[in-house]
Write a protein that binds this ligand. Sequence first.
Ligand SMILES: [Fe+2]
Length: 286
Amino acid sequence: MVSAFQDPVILNQWHPISSLEEINPSEKTFQTLLLDEEILYKMDKENKVLVWRKGSRDENLPTKLAYGFVWVCLGNPPETLFLFPEFDEPNRKNKATGVIGVNTSAGRAIENFCDMGHFPYVHKGILGEEPHTEVKNYDVEISDEPDEVLATNCKFFQPRANVTSTKGVDADYIYRVPHINCALLYKSSIVAGKLDVIVLFVQPMREEQIRAHTAMCIFDDSSTEKDIRLFQQLIFGQDKPILENQHPKRLPLNPRMETPIRADKTAISYRRWLLNKGLKYGTVAN
Ligand SMILES: [Fe+2]
């Protein structure tokens, strides 16, 4: 096992710990785990979010509020977080859709989120359906500016692509992995030319234990917040047992260890990207 203190890649990173909706406007103190450390957080009367290590009440940790979430760094915080300009676009509904604890590594959760191949089996009747099991060819690149994994031209038949769907469609997808533990899925919205965004921000509690924070940034006037939340919880509830049964739970980065299938081009690029960064925490290197 790797301590986060031996791994500057995971230590010097902004990590999501809570949606703002969960702490606002409560004065309550919450407790969670980040990189094996117990941390506490609260929002004070001036709407300022304070985060500290257990037993170090006087020392506030570097904190950032962005994209509806609280981000914390246990090491030297990066100056910037990845860009997500859609979040600030007018007329979008930004909604945290729940947090789910999963006994897996952050890398496994990100990889699963970006894998269309599991849709017809794990999300049968919703995000996929037999016999439409083929993952059509798509494009993947590791881009430098911004530093991210980007998968484009993804197409997949979906019986019920989103909350308002009434019939099956060939859904167009773009996946962005702009942070080692965060992924954004862009898909056709009800507004022509605009894309809805489904958000997965993963909080590594331990190497093999995470909290998956989910949110949506969408154009949708018809469904209620409760409908949206239940839809997301249904999907992630189906992923949880699959993720918890994967072995090893940590993500293998050496391509010889576990060969993702051809359709899993995003996974191959994601693993290479992490390997090049030198990430140790939550991974198996050789
Ligand atoms: Fe899934």
